[in-house]
Design a protein around this ligand. Structure first.
Ligand code: PEP
Ligand code: MN
Length: 338
């Protein structure tokens, strides 16, 4: 950590800051410049609340120079994490993984038809929610386990893997036989009890960025899963809330290269929730792959306009098919395959 003192800081104030740092177990290296004193702290700073130093008299600002997340940091696995699934599918390697399907599982015909079209277009995961975190309690809440049974059957019939959202701890166990990848939704990114439990299982987790979460908070949330011993975590940029109202969320494409720099974990882009608009899903999916995403997760439904949830941002299968041909070209251009 670095503590920059104000130009007019007194020796007493500097000594008080040094004492506070030493008391916190941090070794202090002092540099006295012509104008300003800088205190460099070395030691167990990851667990320190730096704001307490910011409030001391005479302090200008305090910076953290080591990351507060240890297991999610790039330094833990400089070569990057590759999450392996059945069928030779990987996320985080050369392949760009495509996860597609409806927002919610609705019925047998819908999920089987979607699975067929997703597979034909070259997707490797079937997505679909059985437990839906809806803004309104009166909106469709999902089919639960009967929906997951249908999705598993449809995925098996078409050689796809299954990704579906888990909303609470009690759903983990019953979902285990049906999913290959547990999705933690934006609204649960900071449900730390759920994250801890998911750290104890040995099945990959797709952790979506909260709609008001910083990248550092996303990485700290992943740390909850990693610290339980589950190293198969995939991050997801799904758009954040900003002052912009033209799109449902603002898809933060820059989060992709930022996460790649800070962390070894794979990251996928979700242009469906990222934009909320069908006509903008393809451009943002292309941008995500061009920016280095390890995959994309997209909402697709055979009768998109009639989807029980997120209809406005859901692609028709033909649109998804066209997008896949475009993504293949972009993947090649950035040294990846789909
Ligand atoms: C979803 O994937 O349908 C979903 C609810 O996503 P998010 O958690 O990103 O809103
Ligand atoms: Mn959705």
């Amino acid at each position: 950590m670095i503590v920059a003192m104000q130009e007019k800081a007194t020796e007493e104030q500097i000594d008080a800051v040094i004492d506070a740092m030493v008391e916190a177990g941090v070794g202090v290296h002092r540099t006295t410049g012509a104008m300003q004193t800088i205190l460099a702290g070395v030691g167990p700073t990851a667990s320190l609340d730096l704001s307490k130093f910011e409030n001391l008299a005479g302090v200008l600002h305090v910076h953290r120079i080591s990351s507060p997340y240890k297991l999610a940091g790039r330094g833990f696995r400089p070569e990057g994490t590759v999450v392996e699934f059945r069928n030779g599918v990987t996320v985080g390697g050369r392949q760009v993984a495509v996860m597609a399907g409806p927002c919610s599982i609705e019925n047998r015909a819908q999920i089987f038809e979607t699975a067929k079209r997703v597979k034909e277009s070259g997707g490797s995961f079937l997505r679909g929610g059985a437990y839906k975190p809806r803004s309104s309690p009166y909106a469709f809440q999902g089919m639960g386990i009967p929906g997951l049974e249908l999705m598993r059957e449809a995925a098996e019939a078409h050689g796809l893997l299954v990704v579906s959202e888990v909303m609470e701890i009690s759903q983990i166990e019953p979902m285990l036989p049906f999913v290959d990848l547990f999705q933690v939704g934006a609204r649960n990114m900071q449900n730390f009890n759920l994250l801890r439990e998911l750290g104890l299982i040995r099945k990959p987790v797709l952790l979506k960025r909260g709609m008001a979460a910083t990248i550092e908070e996303l990485l700290l949330s992943s740390e909850y899963i990693l610290s339980g011993g589950n190293y198969d975590v995939i991050l997801c940029e799904r758009g954040i809330r900003t002052y912009e109202t033209a799109t449902r969320n603002t898809m933060d494409i820059s989060a992709i290269p930022v996460v790649k720099k800070l962390s070894h974990l794979p990251i996928v882009g979700d242009p469906s929730h990222g934009t909320g608009r069908r006509d903008m899903v393809a451009p943002l999916a292309r941008a995500a792959v061009a920016a280095g995403a390890d995959g994309i997760i997209v909402e697709v439904h055979p009768n998109a306009d009639k989807a029980a949830s997120d209809a406005a941002q859901t692609l028709y299968p033909d649109q998804f098919d066209k997008l896949m041909s475009e993504l293949r070209l972009i993947a090649t251009a950035v040294g990846r395959t789909i």
